[in-house]
Design a protein around this ligand. Sequence first.
Ligand code: SF4
Length: 461
Amino acid sequence: MTTRIDPWTSAGIEDYSKLFEEFGIESFAELLPHVPDPCPYMRRRIIFGHRGYVPVLDAIRHNKPFGVMSGFMPSGRIHIGNKMVMDEIIWHQRKGGSAFVGIADMEAHSVRGTSWQDCRRIGIDEYLLSLIALGFEPDGHIYFQSECSDVRDLAFELGMKTNITELSAIYGFSGETNIAHLESALVQSADILQPQIEEYGGPKPVVIPVGADQDPHIRLVRGLANKMRMFRCEVRSVHNTQQYASVRGAGGVHVSQVAVRQSTRQYISVRGKSAPPAALSAIASEIAGMGYSVKQYEEHVDLFGAGMDAFEAIESAVRRIEIEFGGTGFMPPAATYHRFMSGLSGGKMSSSVPESVIALTEPPDEAFAKVKRAKTGGRMTLDEQKRLGGEPDECTVYELLLFHLVPDDAHIAEIYQECKSGSLMCGACKAHAAELMADFLRDHQQEREIARERLGEYGLS
Ligand code: SF4
């Protein structure tokens, strides 16, 4: 049976390892040792996978341009799960990335029927105040989809590179789906590619921090980024098979022998099916100027003798020429994938089940009470808990501590061990977590009021 992941209706992902096998999401653990000063979500393996993150990591490590982008649908209250994405955006911004945050008002309007006024109010009052309070800097870009002509224009162009069948296969659209909902999928794709348009410095690696349920978007947009290209650079192989026949006579005996020698030669091919011929010629002469032997055909240019280490330089020259001829040069966007937090009452965290989630805007004493009522991984009796220990991996309170409330790795490891060994009881643990949660909300809500005064710095009012 295949795992279906759908950005709007996914009920939760049970087995993350399936994602590696079925969808080609790569493990983040292999990159972790190379990430300078990784954020807690990385260190704690909450970010478990990625797609195409290596160029982003390279940019972070070598101070090259890169971007980070995510969008928030202005619907309901901002909650602790949204905080995770905001923290990831801010971490990348602090590492030197150009940060983009889009308020997906077109999506909320088309899918949820939220009025434009409510989209604006919820977008600012719920989401953007918390984003700024958590540390988003004013040099980042905040926008509402409906007010961003670049995004809407790009969405139109992207619409020419896909069709209803492709979108339906990804999102499960049917004949009843309204067209604006369909269009909002393209607008979200444009959100992701916008950081690479000329106005923002052109093509660059851009990472989208998402939950695994958003992977269909990411795959769609990576495909669209490629389809928007005039050219693609490929490493190709040519196989040569040569036969040698020898007939020798020795002592009157004839011996005939056929030897087969096979060899494989790799070469770089720059291919552009419907690219302007003048652009292809410009690429051929640029590459020849770099000292490589070039053969130009009607729709492609082949280079022999260039080592594979030259690939990046050639790709970047091709991208530059493509842009000179009116192309986009888009790079496929990258994604990091994080685990979902469970709902406090067990099951999936959902804004429509208030008991399952803590809103960043809710009164601290209500949040305190919710944590005290949360589902734990504790045993039926105190005696059992002392004997067998608790199950922190099954505990929503432990998740809160791990994801948001205990910044110190040694401290969280201590809580885990004490729970497992039976020396920590759920009552005391929950009281501690509830206290930390209420303290966090009190501080955050004060920061939100300061952020309200600073909206003008972000071009908002
Ligand atoms: Fe969860 Fe704490 Fe109970 Fe362990 S002791 S199961 S971490 S509430």
